[in-house]
Design a protein around this ligand. Structure first.
Ligand SMILES: Nc1ncnc2c1ncn2[C@@H]1O[C@H](COP(=O)(O)OP(=O)(O)O)[C@@H](O)[C@H]1O
Ligand SMILES: [Mg+2]
Length: 363
């Protein structure tokens, strides 16, 4: 078990981990996801003490590894790490790379280290490469060797930091397959990855990292399908968001239309969909703004790259005003034409309590 209490890691210019407390159980397979720069690598590096935490405590089983008196090498024997870059020794053969640590650190006899090494090479499908040098291997093969080398120490815990992101896309699958097999062996795994489908398929738990820590922690069904927090939802659906604020009746309509156009171009939104996004904004603004005494409207467009779908949400300050019942039949006809769903909701107590939600028609 790994137990983390109030872990903080600060660098001179940034504090990626502000206050992380979490327990990781034996056999947990955890996918660690989140935007870049949110401290995913830092978390892993603190857990195996490649980084020294600024404050807070970490226990691995019953050993407090943040205690200066702790023998970190002993802890590291139980904990392997696989990096994006494979870090194999170029002047050693594949089998030598795998035999080294068990012989040097665990004092295993050569024959035993060799036998174990060959068995592991077979499990990653590369027994025939035993006598090759790493340079003769593809990226995917090197990473599978790096995993075999980590396994040679028989660790209880393996930390993977984006193990497939340096690979040619054709080789991602073979490395994922090896990790998938490993995920069924009862070892504790933490895998930082940007491959959402893979993350979801292998883990029993997801950490979504953001805002200085583990922002959401749950089962994959929860984090991917029913995230509790908006930022998680945006990330897992790969939502690209545009926010426009209208604060007076003579707002900069053309400027906003220009922003929408740029947003659509930047995110390579297909032209037909882009056109409907634009029309939905224009018609809603045309209907809404003149009806408001002191316009305060927040318009948010969210586009899901993955699903190629877009939605608009307009929130506005006013007594209850359901635009779906407007008597401007023409504007409503346009809106119905460009949307699949067009709904109104009232959120009592919100600063902007009226909400119009529309799913833009995508085909
Ligand atoms: N050794 C370091 N010195 C200074 N800043 C660092 C160092 N390592 C990471 N950072 C910063 O800490 C933040 C988190 O980094 P990292 O853990 O690598 O994020 P992630 O793996 O989620 O992309 C980033 O802003 C990064 O620039
Ligand atoms: Mg990283």
């Amino acid at each position: 078990m790994i137990k983390i209490e109030h872990l903080k890691k600060e660098y001179p210019n940034v504090t990626p981990l502000r206050d992380v407390s979490v327990e990781i159980h034996d056999g947990d397979v955890i996918s660690v996801i989140g935007p870049s720069g949110t401290g995913k690598s830092t978390l892993l590096r603190c857990i195996n003490r490649l980084e020294k935490p600024t404050s807070g405590k970490i226990w691995v089983d019953d050993v407090e590894i943040t205690d200066p008196k702790c023998d970190i090498n002993k802890v590291r024997q139980k904990m392997g790490m696989v990096f994006q870059s494979f870090n194999l020794f170029g002047h050693r053969t594949v089998i030598e790379n795998i035999m080294m640590a068990p012989m040097d650190l665990l004092k295993k006899p050569k024959q035993e280290a060799y036998d174990t090494g060959m068995r592991l090479l077979r499990t990653v499908g590369l027994a025939e490469k035993a006598l090759n040098y790493p340079d003769a291997l593809s990226g995917g093969q090197k990473q599978r060797i790096a995993i075999a080398r980590t396994l040679a120490m028989d660790p209880d815990i393996i930390l993977f930091d984006e193990p497939t992101s340096a690979l040619d896309p054709t080789m991602v699958g073979e490395v994922q397959a090896v990790i998938r097999d490993l995920s069924k062996t009862g070892k504790t795994l933490m895998i930082v990855t940007h491959e959402m489908a893979f993350a979801r398929a292998i883990c029993n738990r997801v950490f979504y990292m953001d805002e200085g820590g583990i922002y959401e922690d749950g089962a994959p069904e929860q984090v991917f399908d029913h995230p509790l927090k908006e930022s998680t939802r945006r990330f897992v659906r790969r939502l690209k968001v545009l926010e426009l604020n209208i604060e007076s009746r003579d707002y900069d309509f053309l400027g906003m239309a220009g922003e929408i156009e740029q947003y659509c171009n930047r995110n390579q939104i297909p032209p037909k969909l882009a056109n409907r996004i634009q029309l939905a904004f224009e018609e809603t603004a045309r209907l809404l703004v003149p009806a408001l005494e002191n316009p305060r409207v927040q318009a948010v467009c969210a586009y899901s790259e993955q699903a190629e779908r877009a939605e608009w949400t307009f929130r506005y300050a006013a007594p209850r005003m359901d635009l779906t019942r407007s008597d401007d039949a023409l504007a409503l006809a346009v809106l119905t034409g460009v949307t699949e769903e067009f709904q109104y909701a009232w959120h009592e107590g919100d600063a902007l309590p009226n909400a119009l939600h529309m799913q833009v028609r995508h085909n």
